[in-house]
Design a protein around this ligand. Sequence first.
Ligand code: PMP
Length: 292
Amino acid sequence: MELQIYLNGKLVPKSEAKISVFDHGLLYGDGVFEGIRSYDCLVFRLMEHIDRLFESAHTITLKVGMTKEELRDAVITTLKANRLRDAYIRLVVTRGPGDLGLDPNKCKAPTIFIIADKITLYPDALYKKGLDIVTVPTVRNLPEALNPSIKSLNYLNNILAKIEANNSGFSEALMLNASGYVAECTGENVFAVKCGELLTPPAYIGALEGITRHSIIELAEKLKVPFCEKPLTRHDLYNADEAFLTGTAAEVVPVVKLDGRVIGTGKPGPVTHKLTQAFHALTKTCGVKYKL
Ligand code: PMP
């Protein structure tokens, strides 16, 4: 059966899930989104994702036109329609169709769509070996210009960074802010471990407040791993004992090399391992359940 897409209140087959070329999500990147995972019929932290979506929408004065509960039900309906136990879910709200000017007031109603599909997992070897990443010249958007806490459809800043990493033969990029502090990667938050302490930059440095990041911080507290949120430089990462990235799609990925400098032993470390195990356990318990 063809994949069923939720589009503006209805389920439609993938081949018929089309939006207007006048949609401002397409013309201007004017919209917000979430990337969500379901694990064995449990949508991990679904309400937290919906809360973040509403916050992003509020900041860009985009009226979602559905309640949080209606959106939750729409996500579950989409998963059920496609009989998916484990999925990657893309929830998107755009400004909707308007005219060729960028004035959002000309857009009458938002476009809402939900794609739930099978996930393509990163290869196992990546998690065992760890990532080798590079710092790129493109800095993260200035929070004063476009706050990285808004999960908007405008990802060119991150895409430019990805292109720079790819051009240098790397698959992931470390992005700094305009003052040279570590911000995040193109789609993941960054953590370091130094002398047993877990470190991550505060969101005001220029990072998205990741839901995986938040889960890892909670787990660190539970597991009595000392934690500190503070600005980090590349020097801090080069000289860390361990480093890892967090994101919904990637989960927890160890980083073993940055800009040619080996981090710690050059292998995924024990704190990363402990937090990864705890994170996997959390994905089995924390979220909204559904039945197929
Ligand atoms: N930073 C950026 C720029 C992202 O796009 C994402 C989500 N892919 C993250 C961090 C991680 O956030 P989350 O853990 O909520 O997926």
